[in-house]
Ligand binder design. Structure first.
Ligand SMILES: Nc1ncnc2c1ncn2[C@@H]1O[C@H](COP(=O)(O)OP(=O)(O)O)[C@@H](O)[C@H]1O
Ligand SMILES: [Mg+2]
Length: 238
């Protein structure tokens, strides 16, 4: 299940400051795109516009055939900070997020346990966040997003706080989940190697106000040093 996402003539302002300038972008259904750029260039703003947390000052976002007017269950979001409730177990956190879908309790439980198993946390379902490592907590946050069966997955530097080894494991997990589910993924990062390890396509955002500086297809299994150098050049020439 996946949806195409389209950004058309999209601008965003905070007060009088324009942070995104008339940006067009089409994310085909089922594609995996990394949005790469230095801190402050507007990556989170783009993600929050697609999530429906921030309103565009010009232009529009559509997911499938519907204009985005606010958050919706078909668009799942994972942030760097997992924001789990400390007084709920892993399962409780995932179940709680499903309440707004109006699912009956047994269905919430079934989906929560299935999503936790999918991210490799079947054994941690009854643990509280304080009993889980950072990587495990981020798995719970991922399960919480997946349990709603989103058609678009929006991730904002989700692995930025993890140690290198855990981060690599989470990247593999995410690739596997994407290959299995076919969800459209938009993944924000400021790490060029993370972008190249994960995505089929890397969009470089930069400038003030932010705009798209480059759009590269990443060949499958690519460790192409020329592509990396080219993207690094676009990142640096902002
Ligand atoms: N809520 C906000 N109010 C005012 N300015 C903001 C707000 N959020 C972000 N900004 C500013 O907008 C610009 C883009 O921010 P952001 O989208 O968070 O960039 P990135 O995620 O690439 O670091 C930055 O200059 C940031 O300071
Ligand atoms: Mg950000």
């Amino acid at each position: 299940m996946s949806l195409e996402v389209r950004l058309e003539g999209l601008s965003a302002h905070y007060g009088d400051t324009r942070v995104l300038d008339r940006t067009d972008l089409r994310l085909p259904a089922g594609s995996f795109t990394a949005l790469l750029g230095p801190s402050g260039c507007g990556k989170s703003t783009v993600l929050n516009l697609v999530a429906g947390f921030v309103r565009a000052s010009e232009g529009r976002v559509t997911a499938g055939s519907a204009p985005v007017r606010g958050p919706g269950p078909e668009r799942g979001v994972v942030f760097q900070h997992y924001a789990l409730f400390p007084w709920r177990t892993a399962r409780g956190n995932v179940e709680f997020a499903l309440k707004r879908l109006g699912l009956p309790r047994p269905e919430r439980r079934r989906r929560a346990l299935a999503a936790l198993a999918e991210v490799g946390l079947a054994d941690g379902a009854e643990k509280y966040p304080a009993q889980l490592s950072g990587g495990m907590q981020q798995r719970v946050a991922l399960a919480r997003a997946l349990a709603a069966e989103p058609e678009v997955l929006l991730m904002d530097e989700p692995f930025g706080a993890l140690d290198a080894l855990t981060r690599t494991r989470m990247q593999h997990l995410l690739r596997t989940l994407w290959q299995r589910r076919g969800t459209t993924v938009l993944f924000v990062t400021h790490d060029i190697d993370e972008a190249l390890a994960l995505a089929e396509r890397v969009i470089v955002l930069g400038g003030t106000p932010g705009r798209i500086l480059a759009d590269h297809t990443v060949p499958a299994g690519s460790g192409d040093p020329d592509l990396r150098a080219l993207i690094a050049h676009h990142l640096g020439s902002d």
